[in-house]
Design a protein around this ligand. Structure first.
Ligand SMILES: [Zn+2]
Length: 454
């Protein structure tokens, strides 16, 4: 009885705190309510997730979690399934707890076919102590800051540890990006694991002056040698092998992609489905990979191809409204960026405006979402023919600069100024009379602009 009371209090407290935060317009606040819930009733997350009627699906990896999970959710929904999903991208335990409580009744009943959770790579091992996934997808592993070279192996080990923990309890399906050599061997020789690999055979860029893959990076094999690449699609992702015999695994789901400036056409093949085509209403190589990961999951769940196709083409997010104001006497267009698709849309506008200059301000406070890996899913490659200076600012100015470098923008055209006020001064001082400043802030940076530049 006492436990039941605690559980209901935990759910009530979360729903109440969240509604207060929303009404106060404090933005994004899922962390505090989730923390309160876990304090009152520590097993709340596990007890809710355990009620899932069909499968518990986890998506992890450095880049593309939010978009990949969004695609999976779109496909499941088009197949008439109900899904509990942390779709706002709060992917650490308090945020996940809050998102799942949103799907529960006050008495703690959750009536969903699937639970779909994107989880921060570093939190996977902790998360699987609370519930046991049926299916585990790893998108890719990249270092997300220039100074964090050594951490990739540690992250890979953490994910492996999570997979091992689950496999002790039950048979697990692991879906892996075979084109990423760091991901492909992540659960090699783990017992009780059934692995499904996906990857691209051919990737083609249409109506774009050049291939937009940005910089390349070679990964090392576990034997210590450098991997040999037959094809590099981006970073260390491609077709690889090593003299020691290690090579890209045999794929269960393969695809070719034609990537246009506005959309992506995929031609997919698996033994279960045969060949079929799907169109994504968004460009970008990263998104092609995100979609293929979702397709592999859907094929494993035995969803019909027409539902997969419909789910992928339906996936879209809302593009926020822009605001124009005079800052230091110069015309400035401020556009909130908070997700890959929205950001990609803004970038397309900026690229087409010959008189525009660009300032990107990235913060990672709670209201912004602490995880800025979605920057990798936005198509910053659109800027690689943009020959003006791009200024990055905010707490994560450095990460933004790294992303631009990967997108193929020369280092000498990237200017980092973490202090927002100084970055704006730098931009407006360098603006010609007829030029317009495009400012792309995350949520808390937008609040700063609204407060200081009325
Ligand atoms: Zn080797």
């Amino acid at each position: 009885m006492k436990n039941k009371f605690k559980k209901i209090s935990s759910i009530l407290a979360t729903k109440f705190t969240k509604s207060v935060i929303t009404r106060m317009n404090a933005g994004g606040g899922t962390n505090l309510p989730g923390r309160i819930a876990r304090k009152i009733y520590p097993s709340i997350l596990g007890e809710l997730v355990d009620q899932t009627k069909k499968d518990i699906i986890v998506v992890t990896g450095t880049n593309g979690k939010t978009t990949t999970a969004g695609f999976i959710s779109g496909i499941l929904t088009s197949a008439d399934s109900t899904v509990a999903h942390n779709k706002m991208g709060a992917n650490m335990l308090p945020g996940i707890t809050c998102a799942i409580i949103d799907n529960a009744s006050l008495t703690g009943k959750m009536n969903k076919d699937y639970t779909l959770l994107e989880i921060d790579e570093a939190y996977c091992t902790k998360a699987v102590d609370e519930f046991t996934p049926d299916l585990f997808l790893v998108t890719n592993l990249f270092r997300d800051q220039l100074d964090r070279y050594g951490e990739l192996d540690t992250t890979a080990k953490k994910i492996r540890e999570a997979i091992e923990k689950i496999a002790v309890k039950k048979q697990l399906k692991v879906v892996l990006n075979a084109d990423d050599p760091i991901v492909a061997f992540i659960c090699k020789d783990v017992d009780n694991v059934d692995t499904l690999f996906y990857g691209f055979e051919k990737i083609q860029f249409l109506n774009q002056e050049s291939n937009i893959t940005g910089s390349k990076e070679v990964a090392a094999c576990s034997c210590g040698c450098k991997l040999e690449y037959e094809k590099v699609f981006y970073g260390h992702v491609g077709h690889y092998s090593c003299g020691c015999g290690k090579r890209r695994p045999k794929l269960s789901v393969t695809a070719n992609a034609s990537i246009d400036i506005n959309h992506t056409d995929l031609n997919i093949f698996s033994e279960e489905t045969g060949e079929f085509s799907a169109r994504l209403n968004m460009p970008g190589l990263y998104n092609a990979y995100n979609a293929l990961g979702a397709i592999a999951v859907a094929i494993d769940l035995k969803l019909p191809t027409e539902k997969i196709i419909a789910g992928l083409s339906n996936y879209n997010t809302i593009f926020g409204r822009a605001e124009t104001k005079l800052i230091n006497g110069k015309t400035s267009l401020i556009q909130l960026i908070k997700n890959p698709i929205g950001a990609t849309e803004v970038l397309r506008t900026v690229r087409e405006d010959q008189n525009g200059k660009l300032l990107i301000i990235i913060n990672d406070d709670y209201a912004d979402g602490r995880d800025v890996s979605w920057l990798w899913d936005a198509n910053f490659e659109l800027l690689n023919k943009y020959n003006k200076q791009v200024v990055t600012s905010g707490i994560r100015a450095g990460d933004m600069a790294v992303r631009l470098k990967y997108a193929g923008i020369p280092s000498e055209n990237i200017y980092i100024e973490e202090n927002i006020k100084n970055s704006i001064k730098h931009c407006t001082n360098n603006l010609e009379n007829d030029e317009k400043l495009y400012i792309l802030p995350t949520y808390t940076a937008l609040l700063y602009l609204q407060k200081h530049y009325k």
